[in-house]
Design a protein around this ligand. Structure first.
Ligand SMILES: C[S@@+](CC[C@H](N)C(=O)[O-])C[C@H]1O[C@@H](n2cnc3c(N)ncnc32)[C@H](O)[C@@H]1O
Length: 250
């Protein structure tokens, strides 16, 4: 849902002279799927090798979702060697709150009639026609050298002053260097339109949009806690570097 809102903001800028769209942190393609019809050339990158393998196969109509999923099968797939498309499909699509291998979701339906495997399968079918013009690459954002592009960045969020640990693997956690990230955003903003999703940013980045968001990735609409006390909101924002704010305004 928030992906559509964000894509509308991106498209409200003057993008006519830009020659392509890049997402360096494409994840589940929540924003990208609304952008592909507006650009001939789209580039989706992510460091997550299983996820990129899945998107490549979905794009080429090569991915066959499993017909059933037991907890035993889920745990076996978790140990398959990466990169592997099925591993991404099951690791995200069949896990609690969409957290990579965060627990076999079908166990946590609380008696509700939810079928995670079916939902994940349906979402792949819907995505396929939307990503035909997308070039997928498993690469770290810091290796990219973009020029004259619209770039939407949705990096691992900086919740506090400590390094963020996020799961890109089934065993270890990665650490994301936020200072390095903002420096690269400054550099890219010299010859691209760069728009960044975050909760906060350094002072030279200007907030252009905001919306309330549930705090935890595991608190999706279906799974979020019902008690008022445990509902925590964060304000998700979009930022642009101040030096290009006027350059791309319509
Ligand atoms: C907040 S999520 C992106 C969510 C995405 N917009 C979506 O619709 O699902 C952050 C993504 O950044 C990726 N990531 C983390 N570090 C990275 C790096 N150094 N280079 C590229 N991708 C990275 C993670 O694998 C994850 O998919």
């Amino acid at each position: 849902m928030i992906g559509k809102h964000i894509s509308n903001i991106l498209l409200s800028y003057n993008i006519e002279n830009l020659n392509g769209y890049i997402e360096p942190f494409c994840g589940a393609l929540g924003v990208l799927k609304h952008m592909t019809q507006h650009f001939k050339k789209c580039y989706a990158n992510d460091k997550h090798s299983d996820l990129i393998e899945l998107w490549k196969q979905v794009k080429n109509n090569e991915f066959k979702p499993p017909e059933s999923m037991s907890e035993k099968k889920y745990l076996e797939i978790k140990n398959i060697q990466s990169p592997n498309a099925l591993k991404a499909f099951v690791g995200f699509g069949c896990s609690f709150g969409g957290v990579y291998f965060g627990g076999y979701a079908q166990k946590y339906t609380g008696g509700k009639n939810e079928n995670y495997l079916q939902a994940a399968t349906n979402s792949m079918k819907k995505l396929q026609p939307l990503i035909k013009n997308v070039n997928f690459n498993c690469i770290s954002y810091s290796k990219l050298r973009p020029k004259n592009k619209l770039i939407y960045c949705d990096p691992p969020y900086q919740f506090n002053n400590f390094p963020v640990k996020f799961r890109n693997d089934t065993k270890k956690y990665d650490i994301f260097d936020h200072d390095k990230f903002w420096n690269i955003m400054r550099k890219w903003s010299q010859n691209n339109l760069v728009i960044i999703s975050e909760f906060k940013a350094p002072d030279d980045f200007i907030c252009i949009w905001k919306k309330e968001k549930y705090q935890s990735a595991s608190q999706s609409k279906k799974t979020r806690y019902k008690s008022k006390k445990s509902k925590k909101f964060l304000v998700e924002k979009l930022f642009i570097h101040k030096s290009i704010l006027d350059k791309y305004k319509k």
